[in-house]
Design a protein around this ligand. Structure first.
Ligand SMILES: *[C@@H]1O[C@H](CO)[C@@H](O)[C@H](O)[C@H]1NC(C)=O
Ligand SMILES: *[C@@H]1O[C@H](CO)[C@@H](O)[C@H](O)[C@H]1NC(C)=O
Length: 424
């Protein structure tokens, strides 16, 4: 078998989503941005032959004008590529610096399922790029390599390990950075102390980041999304967290954060998603949370909150997701409607202390309430597991009995059928 041109691998796709989000930033060259809107206008000139050859070298089909499927400028006599998406690259694939130099007009590049080792990117390209994405693709990424893309607005790495002693190595030169996602990239070290005030989206979830959340983070007035889920963060939340008044999503779940929920969070009036689950948070749950009009997702499970749950059933029902189980010193004031929600925490006695044991939870709960562990006040983490198992065990026999019954009746039916068939 000869290594012929792989026909099925490369897709060159228009990245309008990314390019439209970058439109707001200062144009690299007036010519490029002014005319990027009409990629397939018939009167437009064809793609630069050098770039055409570079695409062919990358095994990207060029029988059709690439500018019909990808973003190009409208320069004359030849147009130039502005965005490139490499998907499902063949194993033998190699990027070359020469090819990348030819493609240095790109402002956006995406690698998706292209398991290729990184190579040197020519500085003309690193300077031009506004958007860099690698999803399960580039191998041997380093912080130093990424730090060269100092004009990025958007950086998105998912599933590709990055070797860097800290995130600041990557971001400290990126003066225009607006969104950054470094998800599942094996990053270690501490969170940066200096943040670009233009940031609107930060997702560092599923890494190995340690240390506490720096107060300097709360200077990000434009921040919409903050996701530090699944790291090794410790310490208390900065008191000034409420200064993040543009925040819509705050996800800090699965860390080892502790202390109370800061009262200042009450000033984040547009908060939609609050996930503090699986940490060591303590104190009472503040009442102001029930005043947060936009809130749809509230996860406080598996923490150490105590006292009386300050929510009524109508507030909880308004949420899409509400999780509270695994807080063993927390209880709810008795009411029929709260009882019906099977919250997974104990009822309060008249002193506001949990009564044991928690209500049985063998009825399936509604979709917006998590069926979780019980609220035994003496419980530890093991208890949650035990009780979760119990929930399954409780439900188990019914399913088994039902299954056996169905199987038996099916067998009886088949036997009768065979006997009848035989007789006939
Ligand atoms: C935050 O990150 C976690 C872990 O990667 C992910 O499961 C979750 O969906 C993210 N939350 C939001 C709101 O994007
Ligand atoms: C439930 O709590 C909300 C928020 O605190 C409050 O506005 C509402 O009046 C309460 N509803 C009932 C039925 O008590």
């Amino acid at each position: 078998m000869r290594a012929s041109i792989p026909t099925t691998f490369y897709l060159l796709l228009l990245l309008y989503t990314i390019t439209t989000t970058t439109v707001a930033t200062p144009p690299r060259s007036a010519k490029q941005t002014a005319t990027a809107e009409s990629p397939s206008s018939p009167s437009a000139s064809t793609l630069d032959p050098h770039q055409l050859r570079a695409l062919q070298f990358l095994h990207i089909p060029t029988t059709q004008d690439p500018c019909t499927t990808s973003t190009c400028d409208n320069a004359t006599p030849f147009r130039h590529l502005l965005s490139l998406r490499l998907t499902d690259c063949p194993m033998e694939h190699r990027l070359s610096t020469t090819t990348l130099s030819t493609l240095s007009t790109l402002t956006s590049i995406t690698f998706f399922n292209c398991h290729i080792p990184i190579i040197h990117f020519p500085s003309s390209l690193t300077t031009n790029l506004h958007s860099f994405t690698s999803i399960n693709s580039l191998q041997r990424l380093t912080g130093v390599f990424l730090s060269h893309f100092h004009n990025l607005n958007h950086l998105y790495i998912s599933g590709d390990p990055i070797k860097a002693s800290g995130i600041h190595i990557i971001t400290s030169n990126m003066k225009s950075l607006k969104t950054i996602t470094l998800y599942n990239t094996h990053l270690t070290g501490y969170l940066p102390k200096d943040w670009n005030p233009k940031l609107i989206h930060i997702d560092f979830s599923k890494n190995k980041l340690k240390g506490s959340i720096p107060t300097s983070l709360t200077l990000l007035k434009n921040l919409n999304v903050l996701n530090f889920s699944s790291n090794n963060l410790i310490g208390v939340l900065p008191n000034s967290l409420g200064a993040l008044t543009s925040l819509k999503i705050l996800s800090l779940s699965s860390n080892s954060l502790s202390g109370p929920i800061p009262g200042s969070i009450s000033s984040i009036s547009g908060l939609v998603h609050l996930d503090l689950g699986s940490n060591q948070f303590n104190g009472v749950i503040p009442e102001f949370i029930s005043e947060m009009k936009e809130l749809k997702y509230l996860n406080l499970e598996n923490n150490k909150f105590h006292g009386v749950l300050p929510f009524n059933a109508s507030f909880i029902k308004k949420l899409d997701v509400f999780k509270i189980n695994g807080n063993f010193d927390l209880c709810y004031k008795h009411s029929i409607s709260l009882e019906e929600l099977h919250l997974g925490i104990a009822r309060c006695d008249k002193h506001g202390m949990p009564i044991l044991p928690p209500p049985a939870m063998n009825t399936p709960s509604s979709s917006w309430v998590d069926v979780g562990g019980g609220g035994d006040e003496n419980g530890g983490d093991d208890d949650v597991v035990e009780k979760n198992n119990q929930v399954h065990v409780n439900r188990g026999p019914n399913k088994v009995v039902l299954g056996v019954a169905i199987a038996l009746s099916a067998m009886v039916f088949i036997i009768i059928f065979l006997v009848l068939l035989f007789i006939c």
